[in-house]
Design a binder for this molecule. Structure first.
Ligand code: MN
Length: 287
């Protein structure tokens, strides 16, 4: 059942049965280093998804509108300040504890840290595929260790995952290369990667996907705070998702900035990715 009304969130949570995929909005952008705006992204993505200019079918023909195990929980109510991180973590943990899986709509990329904290406890041996123009491996940015430029440093320091593979990266500086070496991050740099290369063969175990929309070339996804030329095409990204070699147990789609997306093009891309990712998570759940 599809619902885009936040008022129905509590009811939807009560009705959430085991083996559902919960779509959860995280309206949070206080850790953005350059522009605010991603807090409005979840609603923008849902609006694009439910627009009558398209339909709710995936490319392989699953219609999410007919799928009772896809549940839209609306947006979290988040207090200002870093207390929001605990709320995000507890909310995700609650859904996982009910026996469902979670696809989160950010928000800036800082939200991935509390989301992954919850997943790490639930899925031993969790690995991450992080698709992004940026490695987000700064130790701190502007004195802030919780900046959206830092979540993967915290994730690795806390030992939350067994493997971190990054794809689409094309902004590495010396500091972030050092950080990647220090943490053993496997980076498929955009300048070297070609579609035929696919993903590493040793990508294994339950997989969490963290998808920053700026991984896409700005020609395909202009509505982000940090557009970076030289990125993936939408088709290449869809092909990567189609070919994931290991079960997908959780995901986020982050960094859409509706204030930079006047024609809603990037929201439309995010909505399409949401459909394909949710359908893939459902298949992996019930397989
Ligand atoms: Mn990015």
């Amino acid at each position: 059942m599809l619902t885009d009304s936040p008022e129905t969130r509590d009811q939807a949570l009560e009705e959430l049965t085991a083996r559902s995929i919960a779509i959860l909005g995280i309206p949070w952008d206080e850790k953005s280093s350059y522009l605010r705006g991603p807090a409005a992204a979840p609603g923008s993505i849902r609006q694009a998804l439910f627009s009558s200019s398209t339909n709710t079918s995936t490319e392989s023909g699953s219609d999410l509108a007919d799928e009772p195990r896809i549940r839209f929980l609306g947006d979290l109510d988040l207090e200002p300040g870093e207390a929001a991180f605990a709320t995000i973590e507890a909310s995700v943990a609650r859904v996982l504890g009910l026996g469902s899986r979670v696809l989160c709509l950010g928000g800036d990329h800082s939200v991935t840290l509390p989301i992954v904290r919850a997943h790490s406890r639930h899925f031993p041996g969790l690995g991450i595929l992080h698709i992004d123009a940026h490695a987000d491996l700064y130790d701190e940015l502007g004195g802030d260790r919780l900046s959206h430029a830092c979540p993967f440093s915290r994730i690795m320091e806390e030992g939350l995952v067994s493997q971190l593979v990054q794809l689409g990266v094309r902004t590495l500086n010396a500091h972030q290369r050092e950080q990647a070496d220090r943490f053993g991050v496997q980076i498929l740099e955009m300048r070297n990667w070609r579609p035929d290369d696919g993903l590493p063969e040793d990508l294994d175990g339950p997989l969490y996907l963290s998808l920053d929309l700026d991984a896409l070339d700005p020609a395909f996804a202009p509505g982000v705070s940090h557009p970076e030329p030289g990125g993936l095409s939408t088709r290449e990204l869809l092909d990567i998702l189609e070919a994931l070699p290991t079960p997908l147990v959780g995901a986020d789609i982050v960094e859409l900035n509706p204030l930079r997306d006047p024609r809603g093009l990037t929201a439309r891309v995010a909505a399409k990715l949401l459909k394909e990712i949710a359908a893939r998570m459902l298949v992996d759940y019930t397989a």
